[in-house]
Design a protein around this ligand. Structure first.
Ligand code: NAG
Ligand code: NAG
Ligand code: NAG
Ligand code: NAG
Length: 399
């Protein structure tokens, strides 16, 4: 949740938006309108230029992106834009930014394409050829399933969870052809397209897909994941109409607090297939390991955080071995709370319901300490985080 993203926005509303983002300690990435086109189909940038000038006069520190899912423009305004044209538009935008002192070194991201089907990959290819070096990171979007037809059991299909892995591979292949090593961002992700599904993509059940997204993306080298959305767009949001956190918010909070960016390889004995980057895993028990976040002052450097998704209908036991065997483990087990089960909009952490203390205060996220050597028990259809304390793992001692 370090970035925000909007399409179509009147210039004057920028003040409110920027103040909100600034007060929240976030950084704004503004999605500019790429749909204004001249008769020859090149981008008409005149509106954007006035917005940039206004924003620069206020010294707003903003990063930029141009357009949203350009592969869909035919549906929106009856005109297609191909990759090389979009690349030229980005080059034009970059030179506009360079001509404005406040934005001469601003970050620019793109092309923000949708699901990488064949025509979309062709668009990316054309874009990379022309503008691969113009952008600071390549962005694309992923939605797992059609929100109009999604059912709760669909959200737990391993084949669905694994679609992301294939897509990351497709994007990486094109990007690495033109600009090897260029950062790739998942610039918009939600459980379901068509605005999500009421009572589903805003419930505990969505957490499997969300945590899977975070785990797979990190594992496969994606630098940033941007959630669609934070507030009030369909049912993929993190907080409800009254700003109360939904299950994916609590999941994100735990992730932010406990999981650092450094990914560790894991070896699981007794599983038929080892989860390996870039490979379809199809496992119902998904285990990810990272260095514990250095920002978390409760854990010394060298600690390890595991996060686990159990999609089995039975509980699963995990025994830590080797240097992990005799360490204290802090468990943060996240389960649905209330009679709706998986479709609950409330969660409990280690058996305690999570609710805001007041409008501005988050509750304490209390771990349960497991004595050294204890087997981890993951109940059916749940998500858990486990901090293995004081492992002093070499990979996690330094940045
Ligand atoms: C570009 O857009 C501006 C503002 O909407 C309009 O006045 C102008 O005529 C357009 N230019 C072209 C070449 O279409
Ligand atoms: C603008 O924000 C970015 C991201 O937070 C930061 O890295 C950069 O230093 C800021 N630039 C200025 C001029 O404050
Ligand atoms: C892309 O679109 C532009 C403008 O519509 C057109 O001039 C150009 O020929 C197209 N390029 C390719 C490779 O199709
Ligand atoms: C969503 O679930 C709540 C509580 O289970 C129920 O009262 C409501 O009618 C449901 N809404 C829809 C659109 O299914």
């Amino acid at each position: 949740m370090q970035a925000f993203f909007f399409v179509f926005f009147p210039a004057r509303s920028l003040d409110k938006l920027y103040n909100f983002v600034d007060c929240s300690g976030l950084h704004l990435i503004f999605g500019l309108n790429a749909l204004r086109r001249k008769p020859d189909n090149t981008w008409n940038s005149s509106n954007v230029l006035s917005l940039l000038k206004y924003s620069a006069s206020k010294k707003y520190n903003i990063s930029w992106e141009l357009g949203n899912e350009p592969n869909n423009y035919r549906a929106l305004n009856g005109r297609t834009v191909n990759g090389s044209q979009l690349g030229k538009d980005y080059i034009q935008l970059r030179s506009m930014l360079q001509s404005i002192r406040t934005y001469s070194r601003a970050n620019l991201y793109g092309p923000n394409i949708g699901r990488p089907r064949k025509n979309v990959i062709a668009l990316l290819d054309g874009f990379m050829k022309v503008a691969g070096n113009t952008v600071d990171a390549i962005t694309w979007q992923h939605y797992y399933i059609d929100g109009r037809v999604a059912k709760v059991m669909d959200f737990m299909k391993t084949r669905l969870l694994d679609t992301l892995s294939d897509q990351i591979g497709k994007i990486q292949k094109v990007v690495n052809t033109y600009t090897p090593g260029k950062k790739i961002w998942l610039g918009g992700v939600g459980t379901a397209w068509a605005r999500g599904t009421n009572n589903l993509s805003d419930t505990y059940a969505a957490g499997f897909l969300w945590l899977n997204t975070l785990g797979m993306s990190a594992n496969q080298g994606i630098h940033v994941v941007i959630r669609h959305s934070f507030f009030a767009h369909g049912y993929n949001h993190l907080v409800d109409q009254n700003f109360n956190p939904l299950p994916d918010y609590w999941l994100s909070l735990l992730y932010k607090r406990l999981v650092g960016p450094k990914v560790l390889a894991i070896h699981v004995a007794g599983l038929q297939r080892k989860p390996r980057p870039g490979r379809v895993i199809r496992d119902k028990l998904r285990i990810y390991a990272h260095c514990t976040s250095y920002q978390n002052i409760n854990y010394v450097r060298g600690s390890i955080t595991l996060y686990i998704i159990n999609l089995h209908r039975s509980r699963k036991k995990i025994k830590l071995t080797g240097t992990l065997r005799d360490k204290i483990v802090h468990q943060y087990l996240l389960q649905p709370f209330g009679s709706e089960g998986l479709q609950s909009k409330s969660v409990q952490l280690n058996g305690q319901p999570l609710v805001m203390v007041d409008d501005e205060t988050l509750p304490e996220l209390k771990p349960r300490a497991l004595r050294p050597g204890r087997t981890l028990v993951i109940p059916p259809l749940t998500i858990g985080f486990y901090v293995i304390k004081n492992v002093n793992a070499v990979a996690c001692r330094y940045r």
